[in-house]
Design a protein around this ligand. Sequence first.
Ligand code: UD1
Length: 369
Amino acid sequence: MTLYLIDIIAGARPNFMKIAPIIKAIKERQNEGGCIRYRLVHTGQHYDARMSGDFFTQLGIPEPDINLEVGSGTQAEQTAAIMIHYEKLLLENPSNLCLVVGDVTSSMACTITSQKLGIPVAHVEAGIRSGDWSMPEEINRMVTDSITNYFFTTSEMANDNLRKSAVADDRIFFVGNTMIDTLLFNIEKLCAPAFWNDFKLETGQYIVLTLHRPANVDAIDAFEKMLRTIGEQTRKLPVIFPVHPRTAKTLSNLKGLPENIHFVDPQPYLEFNYLVKNAKAVITDSGGITEECTVMNVPCMTLRDSTERPETVTIGTNELIGTVPEKLKPALDKLFAGKWKNGSIPEKWDGKTGDRIVSILERKFCSNQ
Ligand code: UD1
């Protein structure tokens, strides 16, 4: 049997929950005689234990085979460092396929590097678009998808976006959402963070807040105004805010913020999703969290003007509020009046996406078995 080596690329926090089910499925098939082998390449874009290591431990992801250790930098510095280090690896030890997930800088940088060396690319979570070119993630998605060979998608909308860019149907595989595989696999294992009792949290009686996008947190005055609005409009409920390192930099210059907002460290996966599952609502500028809220039927307010995940709004519990604090008040009024919509779960977000992806890869690359 000829073995087929796939590089699985992970660089930043939102990648780790997306690769876990793919690795699990590859290992299961391997035990049954499958031809796919993987090499886990961590670029080192996120390197703190709280942004990276804790997720490997909780999600049972094996230690990376390779760590490129690129660390922090500007968009161009990170892209360049990842490309230089990954190219060196591929020149010394080539793989047969490069599999990237999501839209972080690591995914784009490894895609370009791999494709330039003639190694094909598979993109998991391909085809989603916000239309907002001011987000580095949108540039990453567009560049990645312009030179991807195999597109694994989470929604019909993503399929349509790809077709509009002239991607042939036989390269698009609508498989569902690996992030949701991880959520469903771990749902019984979610656990309360240590501060649950310290802050006297009760199910349905607190709000979860996450903000890290440059548009929300880099301008200190606008960020302060948003925090004050959130503090005032949440009816004195505790607001739990796990603070991303980017956000911490701006926060360190702010004083006298509302007392009901509790600033805590970035949370590990099981604790964070326990908080989300039991919250009255989530206020966020993340993309992935809107999907998790949809699956757990938790009201979600997104402080952005656009989303690359429109099904969380049309099918799920998410609403786009924008970045202006005044828009948040009517949304919170609706929440506290008990009038938030109930969502349902998008097609194929069923916990089986990792298996579907690996089955497709085996059909394509293990035909000589
Ligand atoms: C990245 C992703 C974003 C994702 C987010 C989740 C891109 C373009 N963006 O943004 O899509 O939602 O991760 O976390 O890839 N830092 C640390 N420790 C770490 C990692 C980062 O202190 O382990 C600091 C960096 O030094 C930097 C800041 O956090 O100052 C931002 O990190 P960076 O990786 O550049 O982008 P994110 O904003 O985290």
